[in-house]
Design a protein around this ligand. Sequence first.
Ligand code: HBI
Length: 375
Amino acid sequence: MAGLRLLLVSTPVGPLGSGLGGGVELTLLNLGQELLRRGHGVTVLAPAGSVLGDIPVVGLIGELQPTAHTQGRNTPITLPKQSVLGQMWDYARQHQGEFDLIVNFAYDWLPFYLTPFFQTPVAHFVTMGSLSEAMDGAVQRVAAQFPGRLGAYTRTQAETFGCGEAFAILSSAIDLEAYQFCPTPGNALAWLGRISPEKALEDALAAAEVAQVPLKILGKLEDEAYWQTLCQRFPQAEASYLGFLPTQELQAVVGQCRALVMTPRWVEAFGNVAIEALACGVPVIAYDRGGPSEIVQSGTTGWLVPPDDVVALTDAMQRLETLNRSACRHQAETDYSLPALGERFEAWFGQCLSSPSPGGDGIGTIATWAPYPSP
Ligand code: HBI
């Protein structure tokens, strides 16, 4: 595909590099580098102070958007004064003629609403599952008016919006050169992730205690009180907290483990930690829920167990010998490399640029608007 001029619009919750943007920061870094390598033009729009490797970033001044995580299903859409979200999309409007395609990575109502107002096609990579009625409506409206312009990490995540068939499933990727295959592990299991209730670390601790295997815990300690209750509840668990490590150290610790344990209480859109483990040859034991259920090949590169079933989790921890560490690394190389990601996104961009926009001049005159899909 000839070099496209691409504008990638980031999340308004924080500057790139601050960690506030979570998984989408990694997605933008990996995708941006791969698209540049393939000869496309890439410009990233993001809040001022953003840094993204050697990818050109235009930083906009403005007030950050509250994270969607804290909003309820019926919370009204709010925009702070001088919102950076508004600033980013006004910049996109003014400069749209310089680009062939604009790709939105914000999980916010405004960019979806503005889709018909642009002459340059706008596509949306959705980074979480359904969280609110307003966002569901905005997503469904783009699905109805601009078929093909929605992308997501996983099918399960896309289905949460009630229009899963409208999404291109793009999965994720990591820079495999940063992860070393480890053929001979020690005895411990690993648990990776933000230490907060929706990740249900208590289930992994409970199972590890019964299975009598050591558990190495890594990740950002977001909820101190929650951590303290876990330490009190599982005094016997042979568990150690190793902190929030940079990739180089993280992959060295995880590679030494016999398996990664994932216990998500919510629908993880993807679960990057799963492919980090596979890249090191480490099988994944995960609840059969959300992103990990589309990553783990149960019986070969890990085990999928019934969600929230700690007994099944314990059993799986004791059936690791039949899993194949080389198959884990191979799956990462086949499905989760940067070239594989680039292939998937290029195919999606081609679809976005070929699928017909609705009638009308595409600048959102009332007559062309499809009414909100009736609930
Ligand atoms: N909240 N309002 C809002 N907008 C985002 O783009 C956003 C968010 N919360 C979390 C988040 N993005 C990312 O961390 C995830 O999409 C990965």
